[in-house]
Design a protein around this ligand. Sequence first.
Ligand SMILES: Nc1nc2c(ncn2[C@@H]2O[C@H](COP(=O)(O)OP(=O)(O)OP(=O)(O)O)[C@@H](O)[C@H]2O)c(=O)[nH]1
Ligand SMILES: [Mg+2]
Length: 460
Amino acid sequence: MNYLKEDTIAALSTAMGKSAIAILRLSGKDSFKIINKIFKAKSKSEQQVKYGYILDGVEKKDEVMCTFFKNPHTYTGENLVEIAVHGNPVIIDEVLQLLYKNGARPAEPGEFTYRSFLNGKIDLIKAEAVCDLIMSKTKMAVKAALNNISGEFSVKIKNINDVIINLLVFIEANLDYPEEDITFLSRREKISKVDLCIENVQNLLNSYKISRSLYHGVKVAIIGKANTGKSSLLNAILNKNKAIVTNIEGTTTDIIEETIDYRGISLTIIDTAGLRSHSKNLIEMLGQKRTKETVMNANILIWLFDNSLNLEEDDIKIADFLIKSAVNIPVIGVLNKCDIASNLCLIDNPDLRFIFSNVVKISAKTRTGISNLLDVIYKIIGINTSYENNDKLMINTRHFMLLLNAFKALVKTKKALMEDADEIACFEITAAQAALNEILGFNVKHDILDTIFSTFCIGK
Ligand SMILES: Nc1nc2c(ncn2[C@@H]2O[C@H](COP(=O)(O)OP(=O)(O)OP(=O)(O)O)[C@@H](O)[C@H]2O)c(=O)[nH]1
Ligand SMILES: [Mg+2]
């Protein structure tokens, strides 16, 4: 990636397409020089926002508004201009080409935010959250990303680091002046400070799983034998006739899915072809192959049973398949058609019961038990009332790995302190501090930064 700081960069910052306005951004030391070559203000106002024309020589290219931001109080920390042109791809391209012709170069992905990070305007947590905020699929995800941008996650890391710095001072003083008669922290006091850090890091680690569900959404696949009511359940959850329902076995031969926002979580509900061994129909067999692939990519499985039937060989085959392939995926056992019968008692079946994280009774036909089923899914994701009411954060895999390193180093620090091995404690707690600082963006290797910012779109 060519993230050269000296260049002045330009890009379209809004989505390409037809719209009322589109914003082009220009940032770098020559921003004002370049814009003044192609922009002629219509009024002589001294205001930051100017109305006028973009000109190629004398030829008018568009009627625009230019907003001038003088460094250092700008998004990038550099001189920055935002040009609001008419949202037509032809105009956008012409104005961009003019900017390039007059000294700017095309911005790389995420380069405006990268400059903001390099110029100390934002830390790495906040930079990453800019992308998360734009990609967020639900209100709850937006809230979490916004909390990161507002600095709530950064403050938590800084608070842990403050305790570590304070501890380091005492441990180092102990090592440097063992004979001096200075009041040092007692061993118990030091350990209780480390415990506090461990607890706070642990709390952040615990938020990782929910963060990932918030960010990526959750895929819920409905599987089971043919005719158990999988498509009926999809339709009941969506509250519309999305999938065809008949009493013929093997009606669904392909994957049918739709995404809903369920109380802040983006849930993709996936209906699959029924699994049965005696089918000779090629299309159905191909559909069953897709069902098995879907299982591998799902986050949660609903294994649907027809409650009016007894267990059959096909159920045992599905159980074998799940035990082999879906080891870490929670499986909800759902008993359907409870409006007509209740023959099957999965709760008591020793061959199957251990597979299920939960067992739920429903009737897809009468829509009984659907909201209970969705609540069970919500709980499996890890969301409870306390999570709903408290501040949410976006913790990504990079943060998680570094938090884990910090956690391990803090546990070793505690052990060393308990054994009066202050030198080891000093080494380990410094390692914990380094891991936490890396979350904020200190001493991050260039290739890691490149990877982070390359996932951004051009113009961010
Ligand atoms: N009484 C009753 N019938 C149901 C219920 N759910 C589904 N059915 C009926 O069961 C039959 C099969 O329903 P589908 O939803 O097509 O079943 P499926 O599991 O998708 O079937 P395949 O696509 O063939 O695997 C239809 O006749 C439905 O009307 C229920 O809760 N109660
Ligand atoms: Mg079906």
